[in-house]
Design a protein around this ligand. Sequence first.
Ligand SMILES: Cc1ncc(COP(=O)(O)O)c(C=O)c1O
Length: 427
Amino acid sequence: MGEAKNITAGYDFGDGVPIKVRYIFRGTPYGKEELAAVKEAFKGGTLTMGPQVEAFEKEFAKYVGCKHAFAVSNCTSAMHVVTQMLDLGPGDEVITTPNTFIATSLVIVKEGVRPVFADIDPRTHNIDPAAIEKKITRRTKAIYVVHYGGQCCDMDAIMRISRKYKLPVMEDCAHALGTRFQGRHAGTFGMAGCFSFHSLKNITTCGEGGMITINDDRWVAPIKMLRCMNIHPWREKDAARVMKEYGACKKDREYWLPSHFDIEDVNGHWGMNYRMNEVSAAVGRVQLRKADKFVARRRECGHYLNKHLQGIPGITPVYDDPRGFNSYHLYTLCVEEGALGSSRDAFMRALYYKEGIQGIQHYQPTYDFTGFRKLGHKGHQCPEAERFFYHRETNLPMHPMLTNRELEDMVRGIRRAAEKVRGKGLR
Ligand SMILES: Cc1ncc(COP(=O)(O)O)c(C=O)c1O
């Protein structure tokens, strides 16, 4: 893949810091193929849930290797549909990771369900299967895992727990398009996978979008209803009942179009409008064809950083699980404060203010948010997740538009920042 121009390199963002590598690429990941697809979609007979969406779903299912895929408005709505489909409600618990974007727990609390947080593996930052098993109670109804940063969770161990306790697994694949484990794509292990096509994800559909992947035919009808306002075609017996009630003639029914549909709850659950439009789907189809190229460049950048960041005392590059295929959605560097003799925050400050490399943290443990404390969640539940966010991690810029020059600047900056703060004490 050729070098791209970073339009923010050398730009001063008003804090006097000449940035060499900004965390987020502020360009557009689109080329002329996506623009042509947009034009084509506008020529179609409908602008939502038409042939582009149908084709995108089929192509996506083929790409990840699952039976069915359903396009939705974003990954949060995808996970909401799955949570409703699992018929979860008050009194139920879902075990999940605290190291995730709020969306993963939001869909749980939205349905009045209690998230129960299991600690993470300090090497992969993914949910630790042993910690999941310790949190299972008779109220546990599901396990929601997140493939953090594009590295697949230990799906062997997690699916063993799923089978042993008969608990469905939902995979939050927001970071994991192109991610594999033992050769199989993320999003095909559990009962459902939920993908994000947000602007910064591995592929994007005009900034927002999502997909649900499943293998079980029984979920097809409920997913279709829950993503689109509980609409489904009339069943003969229900139509006949209403006809009889109003004395309507059977043959009149064909004149009822386009309101010729029935509405029904799904186990008492009511869906929303979570549809994807045709323009987004058309762009998604093009982006999907480029997905392997994008992931290959992410991996190339990740492997370069891994190689050149070896041997710096107190700095831990990404650990690549040999069973997996990391799509490097994020590049998460860890600072080991004891070995560095300085705090992670001092390192990040030096990296930003002295070297112009911007790093950020994902994610604050979910239970530390004010809203979750109001729900009764206490602090200090998951020591590894807390150490990770408050003392270890810094996410470096990572996207397929990174240039070789930026990668070199990052390596040089990290080495120099580590030396500047080494032995300066923890505060
Ligand atoms: C781990 C994780 N889950 C879910 C989401 C939500 O995705 P979306 O913005 O498509 O709703 C995100 C988005 O950043 C995420 O990072």
